[in-house]
Design a protein around this ligand. Structure first.
Ligand code: GLA
Length: 333
């Protein structure tokens, strides 16, 4: 009889620190109790998965050459994992997921990590995350950073994590009592394969070519950048890194009003300087932030649609997904 493996990988919500990972900056995500479970009975020379979220199954040969050409589209992520992990045997099985697709809660990272583990990937959480980041690049060609995969791999129950993308250090910070994290969808799906993400990344690289790595740049360095657009992009990154530091300090002190205020400032910076919010995101973030008992709200993830994350006292937000911080991706059985 062939071995059967079941693996679970959580989605994530980023509390603060967006569009910082690919410049070696800081972010503060948490793995959430919405996730993807993949069960595979190993054997054969292809990976066949039926998903409860998709009408067509994924059928991926072990020697898949170009994941970006695979159909149906969702199977590209499976193919990306196969092309990176290159397992010795294939597998047949099922996938179930509670992570909403296109919401900015990293449904693709959850898929990748659960498939990699179900295919027998062995390595540290960091190795799992980097392998799955390569899988994402191979699947859709978007030059995403490591935030999503690392958050899914390194989550800890009841903790957020502060990730330094220069040192790749992860520090777990307990979520203070008396607060709740709620994620609310704008209703507009986000498609990361759009060119805007790569454009923003290219802007940051051009800014860094002028003033050095943005993770080490100061506000004065930023103001020296000649091009107005590049200056704003760099200003977002530099101020966002400072906000992540201050947010972590506020969480450790249980200072939820300060944490919430920083979330509002982050949203404003992503709107004005980084230009990745939409009217729907701005309206939703402002509406949630104004609710009694809400400390702050901001867009989360890449932007261009998707979700807003709010921090409030329990019950302050009565819509969306109330999420709890959970442990990272793992083999279940
Ligand atoms: C997406 C990417 C991440 C990160 C965020 C923005 O989720 O996959 O690597 O860049 O956008 O913070």
């Amino acid at each position: 009889m062939n071995a059967t493996t079941t693996a679970f990988a959580p989605g994530r919500v980023n509390l603060i620190g967006d569009h910082t990972d690919y410049t070696g900056g800081l972010a503060c995500p948490m793995a959430v109790d919405l996730g993807t479970t993949t069960t595979l009975e190993r054997g054969g020379d292809e990976v066949r998965i039926v998903s409860d979220q998709q009408p067509l199954q994924a059928v991926v040969p072990l020697d898949v050459a170009d994941p970006m050409l695979v159909r149906p589209r969702w199977a590209r992520y499976v193919a990306g994992v196969v092309s990176v992990v290159r397992p010795e045997a294939g597998g047949t099985g099922t996938m179930t997921s509670t992570v909403p697709v296109g919401a900015g809660m990293s449904s693709s990272a959850a898929l990748e990590l659960s498939v990699a583990l179900a295919l027998g990937f062995r390595g540290t959480p960091f190795e799992l995350a980097t392998a799955c980041q390569r899988a994402e690049h191979a699947a859709v060609g978007v030059p995403c950073g490591l935030l999503d995969q690392l958050a899914s791999a390194c989550g800890r129950a009841d903790h957020a994590m502060v990730v330094d993308f220069t040192t790749l250090g992860v520090e777990h910070v307990p979520l203070p009592p008396g607060c709740e994290v709620v994620v609310v969808h704008t209703g507009v799906a986000r498609e990361l394969a759009g060119s805007e993400y790569a454009d923003r990344r290219a802007d940051c690289e051009r800014a860094a070519a002028e003033v050095g790595p943005l993770a080490g740049a100061t506000r004065d360095d930023v103001e020296r950048i000649e091009d107005e657009r590049l200056r704003r992009r760099a200003r977002h990154v530099v101020t966002e890194n400072a906000r992540v530091r201050a947010f972590a300090t506020a969480l450790r002190a249980g200072d939820l009003p300060s944490a919430g205020r920083l979330m509002g400032e982050s949203h404003a910076s992503l709107a004005a300087d980084f230009e990745v919010t939409t009217g729907a995101l701005d309206t939703l973030a402002a509406r949630l932030a104004a609710l009694p008992g809400v400390f702050g709200a901001r867009m989360t993830g890449a932007g261009f649609g998707g979700c807003v994350v709010a921090l409030g006292i329990p019950g302050a937000v009565t819509e969306g997904w109330r999420v709890r911080a959970v442990d990272g991706a793992r083999v279940v059985s």
